[in-house]
Design a binder for this molecule. Structure first.
Ligand SMILES: [Zn+2]
Length: 75
């Protein structure tokens, strides 16, 4: 398993830092329209802030065990 630090955003590959900045700059109304896609499987992902044990990364809205970017359960 590996974590995704890039995603597709309106056809462009962007980093999780960029995605977090985009989301932070958006109003709550705009935020609902932001669609980040997994670069591997194309499913919707959301940026996740860095934690104690991990750096910032993307997680799938709905878990996708088929995708190598689906983090392990204890993440
Ligand atoms: Zn994926």
């Amino acid at each position: 398993m590996s974590v995704a630090t890039q995603c597709k955003f309106f056809g462009h590959i962007i980093t999780v830092e960029k995605a977090l900045a985009v989301r932070k700059a958006a109003s709550s109304e705009e935020r609902r329209k932001l669609v980040f896609e997994c670069i591997k499987c194309g499913k919707a992902v959301r940026p996740h802030l860095a934690g104690d044990r991990c750096k910032a990364h993307f997680v799938h809205f709905n878990r996708n065990p088929e995708c190598q970017y689906d983090p392990p359960k204890d993440y």
